[in-house]
Design a protein around this ligand. Structure first.
Ligand SMILES: Cc1cc2nc3c(=O)[nH]c(=O)nc-3n(C[C@H](O)[C@H](O)[C@H](O)COP(=O)(O)OP(=O)(O)OC[C@H]3O[C@@H](n4cnc5c(N)ncnc54)[C@H](O)[C@@H]3O)c2cc1C
Length: 500
């Protein structure tokens, strides 16, 4: 691993990139240690592109502070040098917010060394944990204290606390526990001038002025660097019933959700719709032994969890009762209840493997729209029809969190179409899908955010007053635009603010 100071002295290594501001190089190395400032192409490669390799860039350097104080000093040094910073967690973001642009001027600030679990309090039901810990590590820390950290998403082995806070990540249990925003009690954030805003708290109620933490949740690294968070924890469920259910159509899925919620309330913790498109890809590309739980692949399936915190009440009979009634009404076609935890995990593996299977299938176009739950069937019908008109044979890979009105409405290319032809029509596909969501009072992004990918749609569909208000907040907190410039809000939009 070459140190920044070496590159600053002339970039002797074959793959070193000469740094135009050696003073900054020296300053950063003095803060974090030379070993934690990376400058060679080989060392920086994994920080310069993300999981799907859609947003490759070139960093000026990658800096890896090990404490909040070091983050503060790194930010202050970059601010003094006028050098933009791209905060980065697990780099699993899907909209190009976590990687540097092509300019070679941006410093990637990776939180991957900030991995302390600061405290777990089973009585307060709180977990305070540093930004570089993965979601899986947060879950494990809670479990060790007999509590549940309920955030769960397919990228949880890599996605970090800082990343899920900054993207307000959702996942599979939002139905019961809410998005990341609902789980955060407090944050610690480094501001654009290097000051530390300490909002860490275990308080459930605090009405003293503006709720500042909310500004940084979902801000995609454009307002500050999140260094730690305090989360709410929950009782661990004693019993979970997992079921794979073939439903008549998406309308039936929405009806089933309503029937289950009427009968079981918030014990319904997950409710995922899975079309035959994604299930087919998983069976093609998944690990050996993966099989459809009901034998045949139904056009539409639901994967659901019902969780019970009490050991005294068995939720299984209630689930069976609801499913039988729904079967009599023709809503449910067939169902399998997992007989063991191993089988439940096998059901969930099918769902979790969808993103990887779609990646292995070839180029894909992704969307994470949301609409009111009752409009999901309409959305699937409208968008599917419009896409087939525009590109006959396009394959719809539709799955997602129906309980939150949120679909991953993705596309794979028609059989036989060249990759380049498919990619060339990506924007036209986005336009069709986003327009269908907007017509139904939906959102172009329920989970992944805006980043660099969705700016056009963001500017088209978000209210101009909302955009103007966001630009003013950005300008107030980061007047020199050092944090993730050009992500979420186009740079020109912030620069062209007119006074109130
Ligand atoms: C297979 C797969 C499945 C996924 N499933 C889901 C899902 O179900 N639900 C969902 O919501 N998302 C999902 N995602 C998207 C992604 O995992 C989330 O957006 C996640 O929150 C990103 O976390 P990260 O640590 O990887 O952040 P990164 O990708 O590193 O960064 C994401 C954004 O946050 C900013 N950021 C990161 N850390 C900080 C910090 N400490 N301070 C300030 N800004 C920061 C970055 O600048 C960037 O803008 C999935 C992704 C993959 C690859």
């Amino acid at each position: 691993m070459n140190a920044f100071t070496e590159a600053g002295r002339g970039g002797q290594g074959a793959d070193s990139r000469a740094d135009p501001t050696p003073d900054l190089a020296v300053a950063l190395a003095a803060v974090v240690g030379a070993a934690h400032v990376l400058t060679t192409a080989a060392d920086m490669a994994r920080y310069e592109t993300e999981w799907r390799r859609n947003y490759p860039g070139r960093a000026r350097a990658v800096v890896r502070p090990g404490s909040t104080e070091e983050v503060s000093r790194v930010v202050a040094a970059c601010a003094a040098a006028g050098v933009p910073i791209v905060p980065q967690g697990g780099n699993t973001g899907l909209v190009g917010g976590s990687t540097p642009d092509e300019s070679g001027t941006e410093v990637v600030l990776s939180l991957d060394r900030m991995r302390a679990v600061r405290s777990v309090d089973p009585l307060d039901r709180t977990l305070t944990i540093e930004a570089g810990c993965t979601v899986l590590e947060a879950q494990a820390a809670a479990e060790a204290a007999g509590r549940l950290f309920p955030l769960s998403l397919a990228s949880e082995g890599s996605a970090t606390v800082g990343g899920v806070v900054s993207t307000n990540a959702g996942g599979e249990q939002v139905l019961r526990y809410g998005n990341t925003r609902e789980l955060v009690l407090g944050l610690e954030v480094v501001l654009a001038d290097g000051r530390v805003l300490d909002l860490l708290t275990a308080l459930r109620k605090d009405n003293t002025g503006y709720d500042l933490k909310q500004l940084f949740i979902g801000a995609e690294g454009t307002l500050g660097v999140v260094t730690a968070a305090t989360f709410k924890l929950f009782s661990r469920p004693r019993q979970v019933v997992t079921a794979w259910v073939a439903v008549r159509d998406p309308q039936a899925a929405v009806q089933l959700l309503s029937l289950l919620t009427d009968a079981l309330g918030e014990r319904v913790t997950a409710f995922e719709l899975i079309g035959d498109g994604p299930l087919g890809l998983v069976l093609r590309h998944g690990t050996p032994g993966m099989r459809a739980p009901l034998g045949a692949v139904s056009p539409w399936s639901v994967l659901l969890d019902v969780s019970e915190a009490s050991a005294l009440v068995d939720p299984r009979p209630s689930v069976e009762q609801v499913l039988s009634a729904a079967m009599e009404e023709g809503v449910v076609l067939d169902a399998a209840l997992a007989a063991s935890e191993t089988q439940a995990l096998a059901f969930w593996a099918l769902r979790e493997h969808v993103p990887e299977a779609q990646r292995l299938e070839g180029p894909s176009i992704k969307h994470d729209i949301s609409v009111p739950i009752s409009r999901i069937p309409d959305f699937i019908e409208r968008a599917g029809h419009a896409l087939q008109q525009a590109m006959p044979g396009i394959r719809i890979v539709c799955f997602g969190h129906v309980g939150d009105g949120n679909l991953h409405y993705n596309q794979s290319k028609p059989e036989g179409m060249a990759d380049a032809d498919f990619r060339a029509r990506e924007n036209a596909v986005h336009d069709i899908v986003h327009a269908a969501a907007a017509e139904l009072n939906g959102s172009i992004s329920a989970e992944h955010g805006i980043g660099r990918q969705k700016q056009d749609a963001f500017l088209t569909y978000k209210s101009p007053v909302a955009i103007d208000t966001m630009a003013r907040i950005k300008h107030a907190l980061d007047p020199a635009a050092i944090f993730n410039p050009g992500r979420v809000l186009p740079r020109a939009r912030v620069d062209s603010l007119t006074p109130f």
